[in-house]
Design a protein around this ligand. Structure first.
Ligand SMILES: [Zn+2]
Length: 433
């Protein structure tokens, strides 16, 4: 029994000795790189079980692996294989430690783990490098974050400013607010759009402050709601106003005089305009560009609004009108001013105070805005992203091929495109669910 015990102890000791010797004698015997479209696996063939730690660094992107109990000598064997994700594999070390650095072409969340021997392989240290954006010919199906289109809604007048007063004593400010509120509700219910009320209740805000509020919210569009009035009761109907070019040009000049407002107006662009000698010129150029964009956008929206309003009310003017009225003085934010009708006309005054007519007006404004932004969505918006999920059929493509490519079912493709058969033609635009 004693003997057995000593034999056992001796055997254990020699095993431990062997084990620690093996651990100390660990060595990288081979490096194999296995690329696949969305992952690269690097395998370090080890003489013994690896003792390792790893961490990632960026700028430039690197994966660092520290091996301990490695026999002196820090050079790696030749690397077998290559990957577009890995620029280089290098090593350094001192004493019993070895540091391996993988220089990456882009960030990757590495998974580093040891594998026990399995014939024909021995101990291995495995590094899996997923490639989140593999370069393929397929459009990426990944959904990225996309922003809402922000509509600033300005209910005209408010507080001690009643606006125009109708023959029966109705105040313009009491008509503009409920229409604005309903429009905001419709917008907020629409995925990809967000409303922002310039005034939320019956109080006064200066006209200049209204555009500042819209600018502060980085609004894509400012819609100001008003009701018209005239000295005689006959004029009637809705009209839509945009900023006049002459007024816009004057405003740009005036704003450029106020140097401290440059950064406000130019956003991030101001950051790169450091040279004060060039500043005026650059600011003018950038503002001209954004003014041009704003005015084109406003004009397009105004046309959409007129075509929708024309379905629910008489139009006073069938074309957008240019002027510098109320909030129409921000050259950097597309702005329209909608006169929903004449409060000075007794019939229209009656209509304008009716909740059902107000709802119709709000709905037609919403339909127009939505249609405009579906046609011309800002590049980083959800609307733009949804628009991008379209596919133009090219030669040789079939419904089943596209279903596979976009990872959807043929049935889904068929139903969203209302197809009665599986035949598609070259040049046809398909919606992708
Ligand atoms: Zn007004």
């Amino acid at each position: 029994m004693n003997n057995n015990y000593y034999n056992f102890k001796a055997a254990l000791l020699s095993l431990l000795t062997l084990f620690s010797f093996t651990a100390l004698a660990n060595q990288v015997q081979g490096v194999r790189v296995w690329p696949s479209p969305d992952n690269t696996r690097v395998v370090f063939d080890m003489a013994g079980e690896p003792q390792h730690k790893s961490f990632s660094l960026d700028k430039p992107d690197r994966l660092v692996i520290d091996l301990t109990n490695v026999k002196g000598g820090t050079s790696l064997p030749a690397v077998n294989g290559e990957s577009s994700l890995i620029k280089a594999i290098r090593s350094s070390g001192s004493g019993n430690t070895m540091r391996i650095v993988l220089d990456l072409t882009k960030a990757s969340k590495a998974n580093v783990f040891a594998l026990p021997p399995t014939p024909p392989y021995g101990h291995r240290l495995v590094v899996d490098l997923p490639d989140d954006q593999p370069q393929r010919n397929l459009p990426p199906p990944a959904i990225r974050a996309a922003r809402d289109i922000v509509i600033a809604i300005d209910a005209g007048h408010g507080g001690e400013d009643p606006g125009s007063i109708g023959p029966s004593g109705i105040y313009e400010k009491h008509i503009t607010l409920p229409i604005a509120r309903q429009l905001a509700q419709l917008i907020d219910r629409q995925p990809g759009m967000k409303a922002m009320m310039v005034r939320t209740n019956d109080y006064y805000i200066h006209v200049n402050r209204r555009t500042e509020i819209a600018r502060g919210q980085q609004a894509d569009l400012l819609v100001s709601i008003h009701a018209d009035a005239f000295t005689s009761p006959q004029p009637r109907g809705a009209s839509v106003w945009v900023l006049s070019l002459r007024r816009a040009t004057t405003e740009v000049g005036r704003m450029l005089e106020q140097t401290e407002r440059h950064s406000d107006l130019l956003g991030g662009v101001a950051e790169i305009i450091k040279d004060s000698a060039n500043e005026r010129y650059l600011a003018q150029t950038v503002l001209d560009l954004s003014m041009n964009h704003s005015m084109v956008t406003a004009y397009q929206v105004a046309n959409e609004v007129l075509s929708e309003l024309g379905r629910v009310t008489h139009l006073h003017k069938k074309e957008p009108q240019a002027a510098s009225l109320g909030v129409l003085k921000a050259p950097d934010i597309p702005s329209i001013l909608v006169e929903v009708g004449f409060i000075s006309n007794p019939q229209e005054e009656k209509q304008l105070k009716s909740p059902s007519h107000q709802t119709q007006l709000a709905r037609s404004l919403f339909a127009a805005l939505k249609r405009h932004f579906e046609k011309s969505p800002p590049a980083d918006s959800l609307f733009a992203q949804q628009r991008a999920r379209e596919h133009r059929v090219s030669a040789g493509e079939s419904l089943s091929l596209l279903a596979q490519r976009y990872n959807v079912s043929v049935d889904e493709l068929r139903s969203i495109n209302q197809l009665t058969s599986d035949s598609i033609r070259v040049g046809q635009t398909l919606r992708i669910p």
